[in-house]
Design a protein around this ligand. Structure first.
Ligand code: 13P
Length: 269
């Protein structure tokens, strides 16, 4: 199975100058590590998700490389245009050159009160424009402490089940246009990580749940996210249930990001 390593840049870098410097480092490091060689990019797909404001420029710089570009969110109001101040639609994201979007990141759920209903709308808009979806799920520290992880995840995955019910004509797209990213909220940006065995068991549950929704979802890609770095990437990559990583802080340095990508591409040999 092809691995995915995705850099979620969040609200970083601060300036276009710094975005260009990060891309310079990324492209230079890729050519020296041969990460972009045909075999390696076939084994591990690299993608970066910049802010909306940088999306078109980043895509312009990466369009002749094997690195893909994703948005971090899209409008839930309309897939195209409308009177929705401050929003950016799936169609506009595609026009800017992105082929994927992250949806349901815990920071969006926390700071923008994203619910299953709003995420379902976003997912419908994304896939109607052939924008792939990296759908984030994960439990809080309190939910982890009280052993509610699987219950929380089941509730979040109900969006996928409802999507299938409402959009049966789009179900064929899901195996190649949907990726699940399991990100325990308590592991994001904290340096704390679950054990590999815990992540593996949770991924197994996610894969089994998706397979229960539809036969065609029997082999879905599930990434781990939360304090993945150059030092711990190998241990996650070694587990067959972990198909890649969604990386925050460590994606803002080309060296650490590519070390993580290399760990996953080596593990999938
Ligand atoms: P960190 O890698 O900084 O913990 O962030 C993970 C994340 O939120 C990726 O979406």
């Amino acid at each position: 199975m092809q691995a995915w390593v995705i850099g979620n840049w969040k609200q970083n870098p601060a300036t276009s100058h710094d975005v260009n410097a990060l891309l310079d480092d990324l492209c230079a490091a890729i050519s020296t590590t041969k990460q972009m060689s045909h075999d390696n990019s076939a084994r591990c797909q690299i993608m970066v998700a910049p802010s909306f404001i940088h999306l078109a420029a980043v895509n312009g710089r990466l369009k002749d490389t094997s690195i893909l570009c994703a948005a971090q969110d899209i409008s839930g109001h309309s897939a195209s245009v409308g009177a929705y101040t401050g929003e950016c639609s799936a169609q506009q994201i595609v026009d800017a050159g992105a082929t994927w979007t992250i949806l349901g990141h815990s920071e969006r759920r926390q700071y923008h009160q994203e619910s299953n209903d709003s995420l379902l709308q976003k997912m419908i808009h994304a896939l109607s424009q052939d924008l792939g979806v990296v759908f984030c799920i994960g439990e809080s520290q309190a939910q982890y402490d009280t052993k509610q992880t699987l219950e929380v995840i089941d509730n979040q995955l109900a969006v996928i089940k409802e999507f299938i019910t409402q959009q049966p004509e789009l179900i064929e797209a899901l195996p190649t246009r949907l990726i699940i990213a399991y990100e325990p909220v308590w592991a994001i940006g904290t340096g704390k990580v679950p054990t590999v065995a815990e992540v593996s068991a949770t991924h197994k549950h996610i894969k089994r749940t998706l397979a229960g929704f539809a036969d065609s979802l029997s082999n879905m890609t599930v990434l781990y996210g939360g304090s993945v770095n150059a030092d711990n990437a190998n241990s996650f990559a070694a587990d067959p249930m972990i198909d890649g990583a969604l990386v925050g802080g460590a994606s803002l340095k080309a060296d650490s990001f590519l070390t993580i990508a290399t760990a996953f591409s080596q593990a999938s040999i």
